[in-house]
Design a protein around this ligand. Structure first.
Ligand code: IPM
Ligand code: MN
Length: 355
């Protein structure tokens, strides 16, 4: 084997609540799979999150941001702390990382690994297998708006959805490329609200059909966001890749997570195709389960698989996903915290055993 294999620098931000417990299992899997595939890596740990903020007042220092720009990838556990006011860590850490590192794509696969964990009647594994490409840098998340007459009975709160042609187009283009590369149904659905939000979705729709001309091999479809929610439940098998804006993407991917078996298995990637990407289980910090060794680490392990795929270790990524599938199919009683029939660390061990 080549002794001078690539060296990856992986920033690890375990974060709050159960984040450290699930990241620990992911790193266990990484260690084994790296020696199997002969690549070397180094992890650099960052203790950002609620505890550090409460101690030092810091959320994400600029110096750390500069360091993170030199990494191969970032592996994030969870943000959200019961003693920190909502918004501080979400905006100051998670969203700041996404925006500063220009991770303009949020990629969220929705795949059912075991029919036993699907809440949908009469659906089987092959019916639930699609990917949501969520725009990750604009829209309502841009934070634009204002209060007028704040605190009075005439108060107005304005929250603007900000959509640039360039931002919309790069997201749509990524989605077309991804659909082609994925090579399944070769169908891309635009999820929007053209019937009401006639500025934003006019731009999205025009851009979508213009870019579509460059991808004659990809079928295109459109669904309003409310209807998309209905079809995710009624006919998930219709979907291959779905592209949407930041806010709708946030909402429909929680629904997607439920359809694939719950937050215990749902992972996502914040992708900068030209830069540093960040991978995370999408379920949050689950503070009530902290330190109990009962949370499901599979979402974090799936996030690791996405990370490996993005840095170019595609075989290793596939092996990790296959091991997760085996564990989900053959071992677990449930995907929910405390009901798996195994502890957090035992589930990590089971994945390692199946590698
Ligand atoms: C997600 C989360 C975040 C979001 C929160 C924590 C800011 O819900 O990754 O989907 O809204 O994007
Ligand atoms: Mn969300």
């Amino acid at each position: 084997m080549d002794s001078k294999k690539t060296q990856y620098k992986i920033a690890v931000i375990p974060g709050d609540g159960t984040g450290p417990e699930v990241i620990r299992e992911g790193l266990k899997v990484l260690e084994v799979v790296s020696s199997k595939y002969g690549f070397r890596y180094e992890t650099i740990n960052y203790d950002f999150g609620g505890d550090r903020h409460l101690k030092t007042g810091e959320v994400l220092p600029d110096s750390a941001l500069e360091e993170l720009k030199t990494m191969s990838a970032i592996y994030l556990g969870a943000v959200g702390h019961p003693d920190v006011k909502p918004g501080i860590l979400e905006k100051g850490l998670l969203l700041k990382l996404r925006f500063s590192l220009d991770q303009h794509i949020n990629l969220r696969p929705v795949k059912l690994y075991n029919v036993a964990f699907c809440p949908l009647k009469d659906k089987v594994e092959k019916d639930v297998d699609f990917v949501v490409v969520r725009e990750n840098s604009e829209g309502l998340y841009k934070g634009m708006g204002e209060f007028q007459n704040k605190g009075t009975k005439d108060e107005v709160a304005i929250q603007i959805s900000y959509n640039t042609r360039k931002g919309v187009e790069r997201c749509i283009r990524y989605a077309f490329e991804y659909t082609r590369k994925r090579n399944r149904q070769k169908k891309l659905t635009l999820c929007g609200k053209t019937n009401v939000l006639t500025y934003a979705w006019d731009l999205w729709e025009r851009t979508f059909y213009e870019v579509a001309k460059e991808y004659p091999d990809i079928k295109t479809d459109y669904a309003h966001v409310d209807a998309t929610c209905m079809w995710f439940v009624k006919n998930p098998e219709w979907f291959d890749v779905v592209v949407t804006d930041n806010m709708f993407g946030d909402i429909i991917t929680d629904l997607g997570a439920m359809v694939q078996g719950g937050m215990g298995i749902a992972a996502g990637g914040n992708i900068n195709p030209q830069g540093v990407s960040m991978f995370e289980p999408i379920g949050g910090s689950a503070p009530k389960y902290t330190g109990k060794n009962v949370i499901n680490p599979l979402a974090a392990i799936c996030a690791l698989s996405m990370l490996l795929s993005e840095i170019g270790e595609v075989q290793a990524a596939k092996e990790v996903e296959d091991a997760v599938i085996k564990v989900v199919k053959e071992k677990l009683k449930s995907l929910s915290a405390g009901k798996m029939g195994y502890s957090t660390s035992e589930v990590g061990d089971l994945v390692v055993k199946n590698l």
